[in-house]
Design a protein around this ligand. Structure first.
Ligand SMILES: Nc1ncnc2c1ncn2[C@@H]1O[C@H](COP(=O)(O)OP(=O)(O)O)[C@@H](O)[C@H]1O
Ligand SMILES: [Mg+2]
Length: 200
């Protein structure tokens, strides 16, 4: 069983979106349980429409399912404002801690803090999300800055688009992102390839 945790101190950087996307990607390989550990219950809300290809449970309800042996992959959408000790614990307890970040300075600072807390406790990778279209270079600049700070990043950057807002409002199956123009899902397919190299 693989366990992937998603976290950042900063809210609104795409943690829930990333958790849903990663759970969708991993569903192609087996049964996936997404644990919604955030009081806002955003992942529960997303799944409530019945369109996602995985199971979602609150943290308090997840234990019996975890013990059932039904799941090949578990994804944790962690709480909105974790304290420092929780980042270390999440990193230690998972195969990979994914830290989504927007290229904004506040999110970048928060991501660097997460990386400092996670250091020495396991594997962590930042995922640069919400990047503006070319010729703006905010995304690649953010990735460069993180890497110079010694933080491993997914090579693929996730483009900014309203399709994400529509998808979360409709509880959409993310593999259908963008409808008949599935261009935005390709970002995640690439992330999925990188992920499979990390977790095997
Ligand atoms: N790549 C993106 N482009 C545009 N909007 C996005 C993107 N990723 C997420 N969003 C939107 O940003 C908001 C915050 O995302 P969410 O995943 O809920 O973040 P968090 O869980 O970190 O608070 C949501 O409205 C979501 O639809
Ligand atoms: Mg969230």
């Amino acid at each position: 069983m693989s366990l992937i945790a998603i976290s950042n101190f900063k809210g609104g950087v795409g943690k829930t979106t990333t958790a849903v996307a990663i759970a969708t990607l991993l569903s192609a390989e087996g049964n996936v349980l997404l644990i919604d550990a955030d009081q806002n219950k955003s992942a529960i809300q997303w799944a409530s429409y019945g369109h996602v290809p995985f199971d979602v449970r609150l943290e308090a309800e997840a234990r019996p399912l975890l013990m059932s042996g039904k799941y090949q992959h578990v994804v944790i959408d962690s709480q909105a404002a974790p304290d420092a000790g929780e980042i270390a614990a999440l990193c230690k307890g998972s195969d990979l801690l994914i830290v989504p970040t927007s290229p904004e300075p506040l999110a970048m600072t928060s991501t660097a803090k997460v990386a400092a807390e996670a250091k020495g406790h396991g594997r962590m990778m930042a995922l640069v999300n919400m990047i503006p279209p070319k010729p703006q270079t905010d995304g690649i600049d953010a990735k460069g800055a993180l890497e110079r700070a010694g933080i491993t990043c997914f090579n693929r950057l996730i483009r900014k688009s309203k399709v994400y807002i529509y998808a979360s409002e409709a509880g959409a199956d993310m593999s259908q992102l963008g409808g008949r123009m599935p261009t935005y899902w390709r970002d995640w397919l690439e992330v999925g390839k990188e992920l499979s190299n990390v977790i095997e």
